[in-house]
Design a binder for this molecule. Sequence first.
Ligand code: ME8
Length: 639
Amino acid sequence: MKYYITTPIYYPNSSPHIGTAYTTIAADAMARLRRMKGDDVYFLTGTDENAQKIVRIAEKAGMDPHTYVDEIVGKFRELWQLLNISNDDFIRTTEERHAKVVQNIFDRLFEQGDIYKSEYEGWYCTPCETFWTANRLAEGKCPNPDCGREVELLKEESYFFKMSKYQDKLLQYIAENPEFIQPVSRRNEMIKFIEGGLEDLCVSRTTFKWGIKVPFDPKHVVYVWLDALINYVSALGYPDGENYHKYWPADVHFIGKDIMRFHSIIWPIILMALGIPLPKKVFGHGWFLSREGGKISKSRGNVQDSFELLRRYGSDPIRYFLLREMQYGTDGTYSEDDLVERLNSDLANDLGNYVSRTLAMIVKYNEGKVPNPGSDTELEKELKDLSVRVKNSVEEKMLSCDPAAALESVWQFISRCNKYVDETAPWNLAKDPAKRERLHTVLYTFADSLRILGILCAPFMPGVPEKIKPLLGGEDFFGDWEQAEKWNIIQPGTVIRKGEPIFPRIDVAQYLAELNAAQVSQEKSQDLAPTKEEISIDDFAKVDLRVVKVLKAEKVEKTDKLLKLEVEMGSEIRTIVSGIAQHYSPEELVGKKVILVANLKPAKLRGIVSQGMILAASHDRELEVLALEKEIPSGAQVK
Ligand code: ME8
């Protein structure tokens, strides 16, 4: 059977973090399991590069967008490799193979009348790359509960995609295909959204040039989401590629809940308009939240350096922790303390200890050789029956995109194995020569159970079979999933090794000390923005910086960020609107002498003309206005 699984293509605006890692690791586990089951798997991930926010962030870093994304995409590739991600392809939307498919589809939709030209007037949230109508905004800001940032008013000529035309057809499809949108709670949300009425979607922009050009009207670039969704077929070489014919439709688009609407409404409608079959399943998992509660995301500044985490703990523990912590249909919590705890309890203790002590007993009681087993008792039968149930349960859970529950099943087996050691007590059997055959059965069962454990862990922690293999005589037992329910596979006489613990315990005291040290050094060097490109002294001299005294300050109505200041600059009085209301109360500012960029072009903010800009330093979430302490009079130049 073929199996096509995709992750979102991520924005390369910053390095991948554990949130993006979760989606990729979970998709990887599903892909690995299917490969082990003998399916013909195609696993796709990649990067979504033609976004307006990429232009902005590159500009801020003083780089051109191409150079900027190349660098970050390199980090994505590197991290995926370090995390043992087994993707078959990595698509970048700046690649020609993608652009040509996007243009072909845009052309076709235009030709058939599903795309038409008009004018867009409405709001845009650049961080979310989403258009919003005024009535959907939340107090004038982006209504996405995880965003809430400022939106920009756009008025530009645009192409529109006739979403509304397909509304009923999509609702009918969702009703007839209950597996299409999962989990059920998200399916219900999507149905509600569609029933609320779909508006035609703006699918081109003219105010910047970064992106894929509309083929017949090159002053337009294709809207980033239309462009991005098409990656799922462009990577397969749509419309004629062999892979397209072989793998489409996707079996699962595995994504986060934040982008459900794009995948279960916009994308299916594009496919319907093109007459292409729809993906079999769109699964939206929850978010990793920080302990304090917010989503783990770069913009919240609560992400940890993934490379550093990997260096400290290695790929398998991170994979295990993330997969185990994200409960089906809800959010997961991420903290390094919890990671250390899981590593010590589940990996070092339950799994690692079982491996070490069973091997040690084979060494001690049978000179390091797997013995010939005698006949099974109820204990062996029970263990063997359980392995069949666990194997089936893992398959079933993974089919419904629930790696946490699948791992729980695997751990049921591990617990049973540990109990089996205590119940059989080989140290007692070894004392009694009459119980030699029984001892051999138990030791044999240990060795064979390690083989099974290697298989059961392989999709989730591909390093585990690698670690167990040399201990069990070097044979590669672990690639075939079906072997997880078969027993008596390992050959009696196989020479085993004890080796190092497969998951060494983390010394918690040392961990806490290192964490402390790392925090201190991080605080020292935190988030320094890259310096901008060089300018000459003449360039700098163009900026007229003046000392001004704040005479009055008040909040600007209906905003929580802006203050309106009246400042004295020599004999002149000016009005300034400044975005510092979250850091200063009006009273704190009155009387302060601060620095003004006096020759900045006046700008209208909330209907008030601002005649300049106050200088402030910011770091992390802190902000401090630059103020003078001595007697320099207002109006004085700052040079
Ligand atoms: O949305 N917890 O890209 P993106 C769990 N380019 N998963 C998380 C997460 C968290 N805290 N943070 C991010 C885009 N993710 C578009 C996609 S697809 C055609 C275009 C994961 O870089 C999760 O899978 O913002 C989420 O959907 C995705 O990263 C968003 O990645």
